[in-house]
Ligand binder design. Structure first.
Ligand code: ATP
Ligand code: MG
Length: 874
């Protein structure tokens, strides 16, 4: 059965059992501070398990793109080394939200595996939770009893808390689980060792394929468990592992999911798979990682230096490193695999197809830049190695290796490998210590303590009324305290209804205040969204928590934000109109002060294009277009009517659409009633964010007025500076420029003349020490002139050893030149010598045996360096 069919069969099986087939949520999570990436199918349903919102349908099924590279579920180091863990994988799942429970979940899983997919019952094992005394949890006899109806009892195994109690994170929904394992070893091997003893023992051919979680608890901040309001089923089956079993393979990588990629890697690198352990691992790493990185980019997450982007960058770098070390690839090539990937998975995940060019370009640029880093790192490592051996040591300082790793991104395993090849050792303990120090530092900077919610009132669902109203009488339904190093104590409040917009879709959250009837005012400093609820942040907790409050949104700020949001839509429309429909939104930030819009486009915008874009938006503003809003559109209808949605955004069945004239987008943000309210639109910058991604920053309304006031003030200041009221400033500047270039020319000539004189003086000053013509002098010439001078003298004078110290621009430099014959006859090396002499000026350097330079911090040491050189020669 090919993988397409396997996926389809799963979804159809549960569809027939009244499950709604839902879309995979994006793999990169944008509006949840507690989770960076989707790590299980259940993530997108968290709000249902927690009872915050109700689902439309109590049963759901899907295939979910998951990424397990950070947080509680991190498989990164396993990936490639073994044959059944991936960074990115698909999880097939079925869910019951307070509907069916263990009985149906178990019976269906069994029927699907053994009867529909036809897996041999005698190769399957199941596990149940054995209980845990420390948590006061009993053995799951209920699950046991259902299983024993279906499978021999000696195939039902007990599992401990680590394997059979599933938790998404440190806090949140969790529960006992029942796993299904499959033994794919040969009959001969099965006869030798009992499969039951290999379950949950990291055996590559006795693996878990499906986990049925019976969600019934909520893990609290203090570690205790509380019952959830209802009982749920959450299952997850690894799609690639299922394919391995059904296609009779021994490794996920031998299935049709990975084979096309592996073939392509073999072709490009000229290495074959299934020959040597190290090469095989490298090939698996690359085949796996290119998927994870491509899907992330398609979801709108580019590699970067922070947060989720950094995780993605590290995954890609891991692949580059393996290719560099084991496949000897010093040039980018991983980007070439995107084509194969999109051909193969583009049907199920169309975002791969439509964004193929962008993904390719981004990966290529990342590869180029990391390969450059590796090159530099190799040079630096060479220096470290030389220093170490020069001192007669065999062990390289762990701190130095850490510096290479931390500052230059040079991977430690590569360092270790190179050292081993040179017969040296790495001080691993020192490295670990340095790493630990840094980890502790960054951990304590980002540490967050989140207390549990205190429930004040029962309320079904919080209502958002902020599209129509900016104030309302509200009750606090629940609150909790969150403490971070950065912000100290903050309180998060949830209301029964709210006019406050919680940060999402690139738009910042509202600010405002709460007033109690007793006249207390509490400021709401920010508003966020989590698990589908709006959370208001305050620095203090109101005194009478139970009473009713007037909640008021900061109107001025909201209005400016709305103007910027509408302008962002118009900008998007303008770009697609003027540059072309390949332009896709790749991120936006809408604040009260300004807006920022990232989009896919291959080249810098010309001034003319920028002018056109600005005009287009301002024309729409002048047309005074009315807002046409539909809050209850269906996704299909909106799309059919040409609305634009974003990749990597999670949309429900019911969507809100925003129209201004021909601009038509799916959007949950706040907008002006009429484009005239934007007043004016001005682009303030345009630049690159990554390969193929541009960023425009712009302002609207009052900010434009302030901008022009400031610009005209600058203009006045310039006129005043030029001190030439008669002339136009442009003329004055042009004549200054002409004057400047003439002066530069004159200086050049004077310098040359001076150097010519200097040359003669120096040649005459040469001291003869034992047949060596030694010249040592100090000057304030720049490095380029010194170099020219040195080579000229060297041409005119035999047996030369010259050292020139310079303190031009307050920097100390030393230049040493030695005639080539001396280098050979007397075994002199300018590079080594200048490095040694560099110590006098608190610096270092290097170069050729014939010519070398050093730079340092201390010009006062120049004379000492020259004297030391003279001593060396004599
Ligand atoms: P394992 O012990 O093998 O790491 P797990 O206990 O972490 O698995 P679950 O969290 O229960 O797995 O996830 C449900 C299913 O998803 C697993 O039964 C497995 O088939 C699949 N799965 C989990 N992690 C991975 C991974 N890194 N790559 C591929 N499939 C995975
Ligand atoms: Mg795992």
């Amino acid at each position: 059965m090919n993988s397409q069919k396997i996926r389809q069969t799963f979804l159809e099986y549960f569809k027939e059992r009244q499950h709604e087939v839902v879309k995979s949520a994006p793999m990169v999570i944008k509006d949840d501070p507690t989770l960076m990436f989707t790590n299980a199918g259940m993530n997108q349903f968290k709000e249902y398990f927690l009872g915050i919102n109700d689902p439309n349908n109590k049963r759901a099924t899907d295939t979910q793109k998951c990424l397990r590279v950070s947080g509680k579920h991190n498989d990164l180091e396993e990936v490639g080394v073994d044959t059944y863990h991936h960074t990115m994988f698909e999880m097939l799942g079925n869910w019951s939200f307070g509907d069916y429970f263990k009985k149906e979940a178990i019976a269906w899983a069994w029927e699907l595996l053994t009867e529909v997919y036809g897996i041999d019952k005698n190769s399957l094992y199941v596990t149940i939770f054995e209980g845990d005394a420390s948590e006061n949890l009993d053995c799951d006899t209920e699950a046991y009893n259902y299983w024993k109806e279906l499978i021999a009892e000696d195939r039902i195994l007990n599992g401990n808390k680590k394997d059979n109690f599933w938790e998404m994170g440190d806090q949140g929904p969790c529960g006992p689980c029942s796993e299904i394992h499959v033994d794919i070893r040969s009959d001969a091997e099965k006869a030798k060792i009992d499969g039951a003893s290999l379950v949950n023992a990291d055996h590559p051919q006795v693996v878990e394929i499906w986990n049925l979680v019976f969600m019934q608890y909520n893990r609290m901040a203090d570690g205790s468990l509380k019952n959830l309001p209802a009982q749920h089923v959450d299952t997850g089956m690894g799609f690639e592992r299922l394919a391995m079993v059904l296609q009779g393979k021994q490794s996920n990588y031998d299935t049709d999911v990975f084979q096309p990629l592996i073939r392509e890697i073999e072709t490009i690198t000229g290495r074959s798979y299934n020959k040597t352990v190290e090469i095989d691992i490298a090939i698996r790493v690359i085949a796996d990682h290119v998927r994870a990185v491509s899907f992330s980019i398609a979801d709108g997450q580019l590699p970067s230096n922070t947060g989720a982007g950094y995780v993605i960058r590290r995954i890609l770098r891991r692949a580059i490193r393996y290719a560099f070390t084991y496949l000897d690839r010093k040039e980018p090539f991983i980007y070439m695999l995107v084509n194969t990937l999109s051909r193969q998975m583009g049907e199920a995940f169309p975002e791969l197809k439509s964004q193929k060019n962008l993904i390719t370009n981004v990966i290529k640029e990342e590869e180029q830049s990391f390969l450059r880093t590796l090159d530099q790192g190799l040079l630096l490592l060479d220096n470290v190695i030389n220093e170490t051996t020069a001192l007669g040591n065999k062990t390289v300082d762990g701190k130095k290796a850490f510096e290479l790793y931390d500052t230059y991104g040079f991977p430690i395993d590569l360092t270790a490998l190179i050292l081993r090849e040179k017969g040296l050792e790495l001080d691993e303990k020192g490295f670990e210590e340095a790493m630990q120090v840094q980890k502790t530092r960054s951990r304590s900077a980002s540490e967050t303590v989140t207390s549990d919610w205190t429930e004040l009132r029962q309320d079904d669902q919080q209502e958002f009324i902020g599209y129509d109203k900016l104030d309302a009488q509200v009750f606090i339904t629940r609150y909790r305290k969150v403490t971070t190093k950065k912000d100290g104590d903050l309180y998060q409040l949830v209301f029964n209804l709210t006019p406050f917009y919680g940060e999402s879709g690139g738009q910042t959250g509202d600010k405002g205040y709460l007033e109690s009837s007793a006249g207390d005012t509490i400021y709401i400093i920010d508003t966020k969204k989590e698990n589908g609820q709006t959370i208001h942040l305050t620095k203090t907790l109101p005194k009478e928590l139970q009473s009713s409050f007037k909640a008021t949104v900061d109107q001025k700020q909201r209005k400016r934000t709305a103007a910027n949001h509408t302008a962002t839509h118009l900008l998007h429309q303008a770009l697609r109109k003027i540059l072309g429909t390949h332009v896709e939104q790749k991120g936006s930030m809408v604040r009260s002060a300004s807006l920022r819009f990232d989009f896919s486009h291959f080249s810098k915008l010309s001034q003319d294009e920028l002018d056109q874009v600005e005009h287009f938006v301002n024309d729409r503003i002048n047309e005074q277009l009315e807002l046409q809003e539909n809050r209850a559109n269906t996704y299909e209808n909106a799309m059919a009517n040409g609305a634009i949605g974003l990749f990597g955004e999670k949309y429900g069945d019911v969507v809100r659409t925003i129209k201004f004239g021909d601009s038509h987008e799916l959007c949950g943000g706040t907008h002006v009633k009429n484009t005239a309210d934007i007043w004016h639109f001005k682009i303030v910058s345009e630049g690159a964010v990554a390969a193929g991604i541009r960023r425009i920053e712009a302002i609207t309304g009052d900010a434009v007025k302030d901008y022009f006031t400031e610009q005209s003030q600058h203009f006045e200041d310039i006129k005043a500076l030029l001190n030439n009221p008669g002339k136009q400033p442009i003329e004055s500047i042009e004549s200054l420029q002409t004057e400047n270039s003439q002066l530069k020319k004159e200086i050049e000539e004077l310098k040359k003349a001076k150097a010519g004189n200097l040359k003669q003086e120096l040649i005459q000053s040469a001291e003869n020490h034992d047949g060596i013509n030694f010249i040592g002098t100090k000057t304030d010439l720049d490095t380029k002139s010194i170099k020219d001078l040195a080579f000229e003298i060297e041409r005119e004078m035999d047996n030369l050893f010259m050292i020139i110290g310079s303190d031009a621009n307050d920097k100390a430099t030393l230049t040493v030149i030695i005639s080539k014959n001396l280098v050979e006859e007397k075994d002199l090396n300018a590079g080594t010598i200048v490095r040694e002499l560099g110590k006098h000026i608190q610096g270092g350097g290097g170069g050729q045996p014939h010519f070398a330079t050093a730079g340092g911090k201390d010009p006062d040491g120049l004379q000492a360096a020259i004297d030391a050189a003279r001593k060396m020669v004599s």
